[in-house]
Design a protein. Structure first.
Length: 579
C-alpha cells in the first residue's frame, strides 16, 4: 500500500568569559552551517515545546539558551541533545528585560558548544540562518528539525523584550529559542517571535541579538523552574500551551487554547497554523484547510502552510489541489523532501506513475535513508510493470528497515507478477511474522497459493484475512474463486472416474455430454453423488454475494460488476444440479 506520511515544530551560570569573534572569515556553505547548527541545537519538551542553544560548558554542566515563553507553563521539562539523549531540566535563570532564559543539564558526555558571533554586524540584507525543532507537522508523528535561510531586513532601537532583529525567515511553531546563525556558523541571535504589520498583514520574524544577551547575562535572576505565581495568559502563552497539548494528543483542548489566543490576537498566523494542525489530527480536514487559508492570507510565503494544506487536500481526495499546494511549498523550500514525497503520492493517486516516480526520486535524493520513499517508488514501478525495478526498490527499503512489513508484502506482489510464487509466499510469510494482524498479506499469500493450486491453503489464508477484516471484499472474492475451483475439480474428478474414456463439456456442472457417443448419455442416467462439488459452489456463491455487497457499499463499480458476473455463472451451474 502507498504510505502517507508521511503525516511536518535555577542555578548560577558560569562566569567564564565568552569572547566575541570578529566576522572576517570566508562564508561557509549552507550545508556546512547546517552541520554546525545540528550539533548545538537541542529540543525542549515538557509542558510546552521549544528549541535551545548549547552555548557554554563547565565540567559536566551544560548551559542552554532559549526563550522564557518556551518554559512559561509550570511543569517538568526535558532537553534532548543531538545524539538523542534526554536530560531533565532542574534549574533555569531568567535574563531581566529579555524573553530569554538559561537552562542547565548535567552530562559526562561531550557536546559542542556554540561559537558566539557579533550581532552588531548583522545589518540589513545580511544572510541569516534560523534553526529549531518544529512541532509535529501534518502527516508526521514526530517533531522535525528545520533549517531556513533568510535575510535581516531591519533593526529596532527600542525593542520589546530584546527583539530588535527583524528577518525574512518563516516563523515555524516549536522553533522558538533556536539559534540564528551567520554565514560562518556563529550564533548571532535567538529566534522567538512573529508579529503582523496591521496595514499590510505581512508577518515579520523577530530575534534577540546575542550581544544583547551577553550584556544582560551578568544580571541573571535565579528562579525556580516551576514558577508558582500564575500570570494572565497572553496569546503567545496560550499558543505555547496548545503546542504541548497537541503533542500529548489533547487536540480539543489545544483548539480551545488557540481559539482563545486568536481572540486576543485575531491575525496571529502561528495560532491559525497550530489550530489547523490540531484539526488535521482530528481528521477535520476542511476546518484545517480554512485555518491554513488564514495563515496564507497573513503570510503568502509560508511554505509550511502550503505543505499542511496540501496534506489536508490529499486526505480529502483533492489530488490536484494538493499538487498545487506542494508545488508552491517546493518553490518556497526546494529542500523539503517530504513535500516531494507527498506530491508523489498525489500523482500516484491520479495514476501519473511517471510523475510520482520523478517526485520519489527527488525525495530519495534529498533523504537517501527514507525507506518509505523507496517502497512507494516500487509500487509506482510495479504499476508500470517494471517488476524488477520494483523489487530493487523493495530490497533497498528492507535494507534500510529490516522490519518493514509493507515492503516484504509489496515485494511478494512483484514476485507473484513474475510468477515466482514460492518467492512471493516467502515474502508474505515474513510480512505476517512481522505483523501477525496484516490482513492484506494473508490475502496475498492466499492468491499465491491459489496460483500453485493449493486451494485449501489459500482458503485458510482468506479465512484469516476475513477474521482480521470482516469487510475485506477482495478476500471474500478470492475465497469464492478458490471454492469455485475446488468445486470444478470435485465435479470433473467425479465424472472422469465414472467415464474415463469420455470427453466432457464442464460448462454446465451436472450435465455431462459424451462428445463421441451421445447415446451413452441417455443410457447412463445414474445417480452420481456430486454433493461436495455443489457444496463448494454454494459456498462460493455466498462469498461472491458478500463481496458484491461490500463493493457496492464502497462504490467500487468495477469489482461489483465482476462479482455479479461470476454470481450469474454459478447460479446457472447450480440450476443444473442433478436431483
Amino acid at each position: 500500500m502507498i504510505q502517507f506520511p508521511y503525516h511536518i515544530p535555577a542555578a548560577l551560570i558560569g562566569t567564564a568569559i565568552v569572547l566575541v569573534q570578529p566576522q572576517l572569515a570566508v562564508a561557509l556553505s549552507k550545508d556546512e552551517v547546517n552541520a554546525i547548527a545540528k550539533e548545538i541545537t537541542v529540543k525542549i519538551s515538557g509542558e510546552n515545546n521549544g528549541s535551545g542553544i548549547i552555548f557554554e560548558r563547565e565540567g559536566n554542566t551544560y548551559y542552554v539558551l532559549t526563550n522564557c515563553h518556551v518554559i512559561y507553563q509550570p511543569g517538568r521539562y526535558e532537553i534532548e541533545t543531538p545524539d538523542g539523549e534526554i536530560y531533565p531540566v532542574y534549574y533555569s535563570e531568567e535574563v531581566p528585560g529579555l524573553d530569554a532564559v538559561v537552562l542547565r543539564f548535567e552530562s559526562d558526555k561531550t557536546y559542542p558548544t556554540a561559537d558566539l558571533g557579533n550581532s552588531d554586524q548583522m545589518t540589513e540584507a545580511t544572510t541569516i540562518y534560523v534553526v529549531g525543532w518544529a512541532d509535529v507537522l501534518p502527516g508526521t508523528n514526530e517533531r522535525t528539525y528545520q533549517f531556513t535561510r533568510g535575510q535581516i531586513t531591519s533593526r529596532l532601537t527600542n525593542p520589546d523584550d530584546g527583539y530588535s532583529l527583524i528577518y525574512t525567515n518563516p516563523t515555524i511553531p516549536g522553533t522558538s529559542g533556536g539559534p540564528m546563525l551567520d554565514e560562518k556558523g556563529r550564533v548571532v541571535g535567538i529566534n522567538g517571535r512573529a508579529e503582523i504589520e496591521p496595514n499590510t498583514q505581512r508577518v515579520f520574524s523577530f530575534g534577540i541579538p546575542i550581544n544583547t544577551f551577553l550584556v544582560a547575562r551578568n544580571d541573571l535572576e535565579q528562579i525556580d523552574s516551576t514558577p508558582v505565581v500564575a500570570q494572565e495568559p497572553t496569546a503567545q502563552n496560550l499558543i505555547s500551551l496548545a503546542g504541548i497539548k497537541t503533542e500529548k494528543g489533547n487536540y480539543q483542548e489545544a483548539i480551545a487554547d488557540l481559539t482563545q489566543a486568536l481572540r486576543l490576537s485575531p491575525n496571529n498566523p502561528e495560532a491559525y497554523y497550530r489550530r489547523g494542525n490540531a484539526y488535521v489530527e482530528l481528521e477535520n480536514y476542511q476546518a484545517a484547510i480554512e485555518d491554513f487559508n488564514q495563515v496564507l492570507r497573513l503570510n503568502p510565503d509560508n511554505a509550511l502552510a502550503y505543505f499542511s494544506r496540501g496534506y489536508s487536500r490529499l486526505q480529502l481526495g483533492d489530488h490536484q489541489g494538493a499538487i498545487a499546494d506542494y508545488n508552491q511549498a517546493i518553490k518556497l523550500n526546494p529542500d523539503n523532501a517530504v513535500a516531494y514525497y507527498n506530491r508523489g503520492n498525489a500523482r500516484y493517486n491520479l495514476k501519473d506513475y511517471e510523475g510520482a516516480i520523478a517526485d520519489y526520486n527527488q525525495a530519495i535524493k534529498l533523504n537517501p535513508d527514507d525507506a518509505v520513499a523507496y517502497n512507494n517508488r516500487g509500487i509506482a514501478r510495479r504499476n508500470l510493470e517494471d517488476y524488477q525495478g520494483a523489487i530493487a526498490d523493495y530490497n533497498q527499503a528492507i535494507k534500510l528497515n529490516p522490519e518493514y512489513a509493507d515492503a516484504y508484502n509489496n515485494r511478494g506482489v512483484a514476485r507473484r507478477n513474475l510468477e515466482d510464487y514460492q518467492g512471493a509466499i516467502a515474502d508474505y510469510n515474513q510480512a505476517i511474522k512481522l505483523n501477525p494482524e496484516y490482513a492484506d498479506a494473508y490475502n496475498n499469500r492466499g492468491v499465491a497459493r491459489s496460483n500453485l493450486e493449493d486451494y485449501e491453503g489459500a482458503i485458510a489464508d482468506y479465512n484469516q484475512a476475513i477474521q482480521l477484516n470482516p469487510d475485506f471484499a477482495h478476500a471474500y472474492y478470492n475465497r469464492g474463486i478458490a471454492r469455485k475451483n475446488l468445486g470444478n475439480s470435485q465435479h470433473s474428478n467425479t465424472w472422469q472416474r465414472r467415464f474415463p474414456e469420455t470427453r466432457f463439456d464442464n460448462s454446465l456442472p451436472g450435465v455431462t455430454i459424451d462428445l463421441y457417443n451421445q447415446d451413452m448419455f441417455n443410457q447412463t442416467m445414474i445417480e452420481i453423488n456430486l454433493d461436495n462439488a455443489y457444496a463448494y459452489y454454494d459456498q462460493a456463491l455466498e462469498d461472491f454475494r458478500k463481496a458484491a455487497e461490500i463493493y457496492q457499499q464502497e462504490g467500487n463499480r468495477e469489482w461489483y460488476q465482476k462479482a455479479q458476473q461470476i454470481i450469474r455463472e454459478l447460479e446457472i451451474k447450480t440450476n443444473y444440479r442433478i436431483q
